[in-house]
Design a protein around this ligand. Structure first.
Ligand code: MN
Length: 329
């Protein structure tokens, strides 16, 4: 398929590059490093070769979320966002941007998001899970009331918020002891992000700010497959889930969430997601440079789905969600 838009696609700046080293064997690091630092050379060639018209770029992980000092986190976010804005200016029809945000401070994050959207023309924010605070040992999740003014700003700016994975902190990783292969994309990323997304849904956040659009990757981090059970466990018992939100979890999932195909190139999984969240809320992505653009595109372009659905997932849904036709790109 030609004209695809891909939106979980990463780059690194010198200050955040090393954060990605743990996700590759030493032998592959020179390759991954080169992919992360490149924007205009191989990346564009891969896009051209595989029918990707536009990439919305975001910083690698965990990057800003793992900087406990909020002032320093703000500085790195600002520097990365300014760098990205310069890259987009060089190829405005091919690249768009997600803001990196110092979520350690809801107020700083809201102001940086506004700057990125209003001044730099970014399409939204991409945040790598919970943020570490100054004690370095604990992480903060964004369903907490302290973040609601931030969410009000996200709704006011009318831009999507991409909740991207990171690994749990060591104190929360006991279950993976002796099984480190389960960390990262294999399992821990999805588990961590799914719990964060469910916290947002159960908190009542979307009752207060019903126009929020949250994106999660990797075909929904397992949530489509589990959605019915979350709302229907032990149905005969007198009391069901108790949480502050007013509606069923599936209602928020279907009205406030979008998912991407990043790193999960599997037709069976896509079809389940289409049945659970609907084709209008699924968007094509690769997860370059951690996953290959050819793996993503070769699978998606040939997946046995209707051509009208392929157009929506590959292009139209993203153009609508990010208002790409309205901008001057
Ligand atoms: Mn990613």
């Amino acid at each position: 398929m030609q004209g695809k838009v891909a939106l979980e696609e990463h780059f690194a700046v010198e200050e955040t590059l090393q954060d990605s080293a743990v996700f590759s064997p030493e032998a592959d690091w020179p390759e991954l490093k080169a992919r992360l630092l490149d924007i205009h050379d191989r990346r564009l060639r891969e896009m051209d070769a595989h029918g990707i018209e536009m990439m919305l770029l975001s910083l690698n992980a965990p990057a800003v979320q793992a900087i406990p000092d909020r002032i320093r986190a703000g500085e790195i976010a600002r520097r990365a966002n300014d760098f990205l804005a310069d890259q987009i200016l060089r190829r405005p029809g091919r690249f768009g941007g997600f803001a990196a945000l110092p979520m350690q401070s809801p107020d700083l994050a809201a102001r940086e998001l506004e700057r990125c959207v209003r001044e730099l023309g970014f399409c939204g924010a991409l945040v790598n899970g919970f943020s570490q605070l100054s004690d370095g040992a604990s992480g903060v999740y964004y369903d907490l009331k302290a973040y609601w003014p931030f969410w009000a700003e996200v709704e006011r700016l009318d831009v999507p918020f991409y909740l991207h994975p990171r690994n749990p902190l060591p104190r929360d990783s006991a279950i993976y002891e002796g099984h480190r292969w389960l960390l990262g994309p294999t399992w821990a990323f999805g588990q961590e992000t799914a719990v964060h997304a469910l916290r947002l849904m159960g908190s009542g956040l979307f009752d207060a700010y019903p126009r929020l659009n949250i994106i999660i990757g990797h075909m929904g981090e397992g949530l489509p497959f589990s959605m019915w059970r979350i709302d229907n466990r032990n149905k005969w018992m007198s009391e069901q889930n108790r949480y502050p939100a007013k509606r069923k979890i599936a209602d928020y999932f279907r009205e406030n969430f979008h998912i991407t195909t990043s790193g999960n190139f599997r037709t069976q999984t896509l079809i389940d997601a289409m049945l659970e969240i609907g084709v209008e809320r699924i968007l094509f992505s690769a997860d370059w440079p951690f996953e290959n653009i050819d793996h993503a595109s070769d699978w998606f372009d040939a997946a046995p789905i209707a051509e009208t659905d392929r157009q929506k997932i590959g292009r139209d849904n993203a153009r609508k969600l990010f208002k790409l036709d309205r901008s001057n790109r």
